[in-house]
Design a protein around this ligand. Structure first.
Ligand code: CAA
Length: 305
């Protein structure tokens, strides 16, 4: 059976159950905000250890939210939110009831395509598929899906830390139906996020500006123009950014930015972005090879140990 739909109205696509693939920083955050909004959530990853780590991080973050939302009973707030999240390592089990499947696995095109191809066979024909990719084109991620599922396929891009950042970019793929975009816009609102429609071009809106900015900050350092601390202070106090570029590198993960600038070589060759803007930084490459990938490793531009 092919997906139902074909220009159905926005109210026709109810999203009550979300399945999130990837229990890392982004996937865990997406599962959390969905659970906080009262949706049924299934969180899945390749092994139990990853799920356990993910759930631990979610519990900590929900407690921070609970301190503000339910200061008199943080424990009950956390229990209620966690009660909306089920976990499994079995992909078939994970997607069987999903109205929306969100993929937040690593930025590898083939991996994402293979995952969606597998899920297409076991998810409900009406299930919307969305990618949280931050750097790949939505059209490329969905390209190998059957035509019917491509109509239900879109980009749904969150920002780190997901429980705090208000924005969601909604990206239409080449074949996405209007009703799918409408359903994602409604969902974003339900999750207390503000959605913008972003183009299916490298980096959409935010990363199209942020990645070249961060890479240029790294080049500034490579040239010896200023120190890490001074560049961060300057951008916070002189431009009003909440974090400097190196604090941001550390929070998002240097490995993520490296993946992106490598992946964008091909997009530059396709004329989709100027090559100079996304030239890989030798400094970032070196730090990643040394394992200094940021907060999650305890060390990046700053020390977190
Ligand atoms: N979970 C829940 N709550 C959290 C949280 C988390 N993980 N992290 C922070 N908070 C809450 C805190 O509890 C605090 O709440 P109150 O003000 O109500 O007490 C509030 O957020 C602020 O936190 P802090 O006081 O600890 O620190 P801060 O004021 O420096 O804010 C920040 C932290 C929100 C991360 C802020 O520095 C910021 O906005 N930084 C920029 C983040 C950014 O640019 N993100 C985009 C990254 S790019 C990306 O994500 C794209 C991609 O594709 C990878």
């Amino acid at each position: 059976a092919g997906p139902s739909g074909g220009g159905g109205s926005s109210t026709a696509r109810q999203i009550n159950h979300i399945t999130v693939f990837g229990a890392g920083l982004m996937g865990g955050g997406i599962a959390q905000v969905a659970a906080q909004a009262g949706l049924k959530v299934t969180l899945t990853d390749v092994n139990e250890a990853a799920l356990k780590r993910g759930l631990g991080a979610i519990a900590q973050s929900v407690a921070r939210v609970g301190k503000k939302k339910a200061p008199d009973n943080v424990e009950a707030f956390v229990a209620k939110v966690l009660g909306n999240i089920k976990t499994t390592v079995d992909p078939t089990e994970a997607v069987k009831d999903a109205d929306l499947v969100v993929e937040a696995v690593i930025e590898n095109l083939k991996l994402k395509q293979d995952l969606f191809a597998k899920l297409d066979k076991v998810a409900k024909p009406s299930a919307i598929f969305a990618t949280n990719t931050s750097s790949l084109l939505v059209g490329d991620v969905g390209a190998t899906l059957p035509e019917a599922r491509q109509r239900l396929f879109a980009g749904l891009h969150f920002f780190s830390p997901v429980p705090v950042m208000k924005l969601v970019e909604v990206i239409r793929g080449p074949k996405t139906e209007d009703s799918v975009i409408d359903a994602l816009l409604v969902l974003a609102k339900r999750m207390h996020k503000v959605a913008v429609r972003a183009p299916d071009k490298p980096g959409f809106i935010v990363n199209r500006l942020l990645i070249p900015y961060k890479l240029e900050a790294a080049r500034m350092l490579e040239r010896g123009d200023a120190t890490v601390e001074d560049i961060d202070i300057a951008m916070k106090l002189g431009a009003g950014y909440p974090m400097g570029p190196f604090e941001l590198f550390d929070m998002v993960g240097l490995d993520i930015t490296k993946f992106v600038s490598e992946g964008w070589k091909e997009y530059a060759e396709r004329g989709l972005i100027p090559a100079e803007l996304v030239k890989p930084s030798p400094l970032i490459e070196k730090m990643v090879s040394e394992g200094k990938i940021g907060r999650k490793a305890g060390k990046g531009f700053y020390d977190y140990t």
